[in-house]
Write a protein that binds this ligand. Structure first.
Ligand code: RP5
Length: 164
């Protein structure tokens, strides 16, 4: 299976990004984690992106806050799908990162998840890889079935206490 690269702009992002790594691990998806900044280490970030496809990666997840140019910088340097996670923080509490990540110019897309949406970034990466991987597709379907079962259980409880 292709690897997923999980990139964060700063070590201060790691607690949020961990949810993506946990979800990838749960699906058994090989992944590596890196701190690379579009602003503080622009050359290293560009190098990583330019060589990622040849290095066995299939999807890149980029998490950054504030002036969040990381995902866009990666997207401009690779044709691999790039998923951006805008992070909460700064004076605009993540809205700045959301707009910086999602508002890409035509031709260079970044698939942007919600502010701090690390788990969804990992699930979306899994869905991309599952196009060519039956086991991963099964794991994704099982996760969906479990979510539906949890809702059924919640409704059964509400019925039991006479609220339905
Ligand atoms: C962004 O600036 C990082 O992704 C981080 O979310 C934010 C603040 O970084 P630090 O100043 O905490 O390193 O580039």
């Amino acid at each position: 299976m292709k690897k997923v690269a999980v990139i964060m702009g700063s070590t201060s992002d790691s607690s949020v990004v961990q949810a993506a790594c946990d979800q990838l691990k749960e699906f058994g998806i090989p992944h590596t984690t890196h701190v690379l900044s579009a602003h503080r280490t622009p050359a290293a970030a560009a190098r990583f992106a330019q060589t990622a496809r040849d290095n066995g990666y299939g999807v890149i997840i980029c998490a950054a806050g504030m002036a969040a140019h990381l995902a866009g910088t990666f997207a401009g340097n690779t044709i691999l799908p790039v998923i951006g996670i805008p992070l909460k923080g700064g004076v605009m509490d993540g809205m700045d990162a959301l707009l910086a990540t999602v508002q890409m110019p035509s031709g260079i897309p970044v698939a942007t998840v919600a502010i701090n949406g690390a788990k969804n970034a990992a699930i979306l990466a899994a869905q991309i890889l599952a196009v060519e991987d039956q086991d991963l597709a099964k794991a994704l379907n099982a996760q969906r079935a479990e979510m539906a079962q949890n809702i059924d259980n919640a409704n059964a409880k509400l019925r039991m206490i006479g609220q339905q």
